[in-house]
Design a protein around this ligand. Structure first.
Ligand code: NAI
Length: 791
């Protein structure tokens, strides 16, 4: 018998991992688990069953949290907060380190428990989930250690409510709990109702390391418990991973509450194969992309986009490989695909697959049958799929791959970006310049080159577009759990002593002639009359008339967004050097008209126009400086190759300027946004709009490309909601009253745009409160490009 024959006849025998220790753990808890509140397990008042999806058998009874129990957990977290956040970073680091060690020491129990509860193969829980959990705690022990040095002026956000899904129960816990604790927050975590067990096992590890009571609390229950946590007034931040639908609900619920929010939502990630790719690697990559965790992965490579010339061989190899995949008992170490988490999820997959067939796509599944007992679904491939088909647009969250073809790289990028999501992408080509070019052009928070589904604590993970906002992991992930403690609203002013300035009275200037012209809007590089043909009066501090501005409306905002959209590709791809030059040029042209601008400011506010004017020039200089310095990093992930963290613009930004500081407030928003490569639609101060309308003359003479900065004057309460609801606006900054902030946050849920709403009185003159990394972070998003190389 030769090797080939052995290969053909060899059968897999069962190689089950022992479930005994995990079942004994459940028995120790009498198969009934309560909540973990204030450092102790407390019995729940009502229960539901947690089922093993591979067998349909009940594993344990889990408590359904009541509002009173959630109250108790939040109170415990609040009580623990002062002492925990006051600990030196080193001491918190020791706790996180101890947790990492505990995870490693109990890795077998955790892996088996996770497999029993979720249905994912033991090979994955053992080799991927649990090691990554330990890695997250180790890595964040490091951030705790370095917190004072690396994040000066920042403190914890407070009590954090964390709601996680069922696809990576323990890993999502680690992604949430580790950075929160490192930054000095305390947490109330709610695991998904299908998979609560490992979170409760983790709670025991917290007890084992002597974590102070109340620092970590775990409440179990369904969506109602999650909603109760979201709405709890004692929670300062919500961190959520789950469906876009629930993410949208949470955005609306937290709008205007002042709660910080990070959302990691769904995806329809592209797996792009170019004709020069190594096709055998492509096939193994596709297996990892869509059949890892039964395809229940937010960043699953669920859209296979193949260059036409290699489509046939790729699909043929893929079908051959699918024929060899093994679906079955998740505890069997030789199984590739385990069970779907629950019957409801299986039904959802079946429904979407049926719809795919009805819409005309061609379905292919392997010839073998899945186990009849339990929630199993075979690996599935769709061809002949129209880009607009439901299965090409909707997240299926199952082992279903949808394939399409393209001819050119440009077509590949267009097809890849034809989705409302933007979580991840995988690019397969041996041509490094093509790979990096495509990586830059796809809209996704993570791009893997000749690889897929790589994760690490050092590399931030999170979405673009409707895949959510905020990052988990890395430095950017830490910022999600930190806030500036030098309150931006009370920061000291570092005066303008450095440069000689005319006296305030000189700044106010001679009695100026009344202004009798109506400044226009500024759209697509041109002065434009407001669509409604109406104007608003502008008055000085004593109510004296100063002039009029256009009363912009919905149509004006739409025109401005269209202009910003058209300018966005050119501006976002311009060099940082060019953007810096333009910002310097703005400063230069503004200073040439300093006296006039200072006088105008003084007439509007009655304040010191010169100080504000000079601060504005300094601000433009700052962002010119930052344009090429606020950049990315190469992360030290445990992988041969490079993981490039690229800082990218968000796209089209709506900016609603504060009432205070007519010129400085306006420039403080526009300058960081455009320095980072965004294009903007800016709404000037409603009360003092004339400095911003004067400023468009400076824009006109400073080489700012048409459409990069658009200015729409008018009533804030009319314009801000239009920007917030506009699907082509990617981010919105709102510096105005709290009621308006709530409204824009609510409306932003439509396309899940990032919002930054600040109702406080900020000291715009201060170089601490008025400019800096906070603004730059809010104007950018990080894309991580993984480029493995070598063996
Ligand atoms: P889900 O979004 O409902 O559940 C995620 C978590 O949110 C769970 O802990 C759940 O209890 C909680 N939750 C549910 N409703 C809530 C509410 N109103 N307020 C606060 N928390 C709430 O996800 P589900 O229903 O389990 O799965 C449905 C679909 O969502 C899947 O088919 C998949 O497409 C997608 N999904 C995406 C995930 C991702 O990581 N991107 C994870 C889980 C699901």
């Amino acid at each position: 018998m030769n090797v080939a024959e052995i290969f053909e006849t060899m059968e897999y025998g069962p190689a089950p991992e022992a479930a005994g220790p995990a079942l004994a753990w459940l028995d120790r808890h009498d198969r009934t688990l309560g909540h973990f509140i204030g450092g102790a397990f407390v019995p729940g008042s009502g229960h539901f069953e947690s089922i093993n999806p591979a067998t349909g058998k009940t594993l344990a009874r889990i408590a359904q949290a009541t509002p009173a129990e959630i109250d108790a957990a939040v109170a415990a977290a609040r009580q623990a907060l002062p002492a925990w956040s006051a600990l030196p970073g080193h001491e918190r680091a020791r706790f996180l380190y101890a947790l990492a060690r505990q995870v490693q020491k109990h890795s077998r129990l955790l892996a088996v428990l996770e497999t029993l509860d979720n249905g994912k193969p033991i090979r994955e829980t053992r080799d991927i989930d649990v090691p990554l959990v330990a890695r997250h705690f180790y890595h964040h022990a490091g951030w705790a250690q370095l917190k004072e040095r690396e994040f000066p002026g920042h403190g914890p956000v407070g009590v954090v409510g964390q709601i996680i899904p069922w696809n990576f129960p323990l890993l999502m816990l680690a992604w949430k709990v580790a950075p929160a604790l490192a930054a000095g927050n305390t947490v109330v975590l709610k695991p998904a109702e299908f998979t609560s067990l490992t979170a409760l096992a983790f709670a025991e590890l917290c007890q084992a390391v002597g974590l102070p009571k109340g620092v970590v609390n775990v409440v179990t229950g369904d969506g109602a418990a999650g909603a109760c946590l979201v709405e709890h007034p004692g929670v300062d931040k919500i961190a959520f991973t789950g469906s876009t639908e629930v993410g949208r609900l949470i955005r609306r619920k937290t709008a205007g509450s002042g709660k910080r929010l990070s959302l990691e939502l769904g995806g329809k990630s592209q797996f792009l194969v170019f004709d020069d790719a190594d096709l055998d690697s492509v096939i193994e990559g596709a297996v990892d992309a869509i059949w890892f965790n039964q395809g229940q992965v937010c960043c699953a490579g669920s859209r296979l986009l193949v260059q036409e010339s290699v489509a046939e061989p790729v699909l043929a190899k893929l079908r051959a490989r699918m024929e060899r995949l093994r679906v079955g008992d998740p505890l069997d170490k030789a199984v590739d695909i385990g069970a779907i988490v629950a019957p409801v999820q299986l039904a959802r997959i079946e429904r979407l697959v049926k719809q795919g067939v009805e819409e005309g796509a061609t379905l292919w599944q392997p010839s073998w049958a899945c186990p009849k007992e339990g929630c199993f679904y075979p690996p599935t491939l769709f061809t002949n799929v129209a880009p607009s088909a439901t299965i090409a647009q909707e997240e299926i969250f199952g082992p279903v791959l949808v394939s399409m073809t393209f001819r050119t790289p440009a077509e590949a990028v267009a097809l890849a970006n034809n989705t409302r999501y933007g979580l991840a992408a995988s690019v397969w080509t041996e041509n490094v310049s093509l790979a990096l070019d495509v990586a830059r052009k796809v809209k996704a928070g993570t791009v893997w080159i000749n690889a897929t589904n790589l994760f690490d604590a050092a590399s931030g993970f999170g979405g673009y577009r409707e895949s959510g906002f905020g990052r988990e992991g890395g430095r950017e992930g830490m910022y999600e759990y930190l806030r500036p403690v030098e309150a931006p609203h009370a920061a000291p002013t570092t005066g303008s002593a450095a440069s000689p300035s005319p006296s305030p009275s000189a700044a106010r200037g001679p009695a100026a002639p009344p202004i009798d012209r109506t400044p226009k809007l500024f759209i697509a590089g041109k002065q434009a009359r407001p669509d409604g043909g109406a104007s608003l009066p502008v008055v000085g501090p004593a109510g004296e008339p100063l002039g009029e501005v256009g009363d912009g409306n919905r149509k004006d905002v739409r025109n401005a967004v269209e202009a910003a959209h058209a300018a966005e590709p050119g501006w976002s791809h311009s060099t940082a050097q060019l953007r810096a030059q333009i910002l310097y040029y703005l400063a230069e042209n503004l200073s040439a008209r300093a006296a006039e601008f200072a006088a105008r400011i003084a007439r509007q506010t009655g304040g010191d126009g010169t100080a504000e004017l000079e601060a504005t020039i300094r601000r433009l200089f700052s962002y010119a400086a930052w344009a090429d310095k606020y950049d990315g990093a190469v992360h030290g992930v445990p992988l041969r190759g490079l993981t490039l963290a690229l800082v990218e613009p968000i796209g089209v930004m709506g900016l609603v300027a504060p009432d205070a500081a007519p010129l400085l407030g306006f420039v403080s928003l526009v300058a960081p946004a455009i320095a980072m490569g965004n294009t903007v639609v800016a709404v000037p101060s409603e009360k003092h709009p004339l400095s911003a309308t004067d400023f468009y003359q400076v824009l006109e003479t400073s080489d700012v490309p048409a459409g990069v900065v658009n200015v729409v004057t008018g009533r804030r309460d009319v314009l801000a909601p239009v920007l917030a609801a506009h699907d082509d606006v990617d981010a919105l900054w709102y510096f105005g009253p709290g009621a308006g902030a709530k409204q824009v946050e609510e409306l932003s849920a439509g396309n899940m745009k990032r919002t930054w709403a600040d109702a406080g009185e900020r000291d715009w003159l201060s170089p601490v409160a008025g400019e800096g990394p906070e603004f730059l972070r809010e104007a950018t998003q990080v894309k991580n490009v993984w480029t493995p190389s070598g063996d």
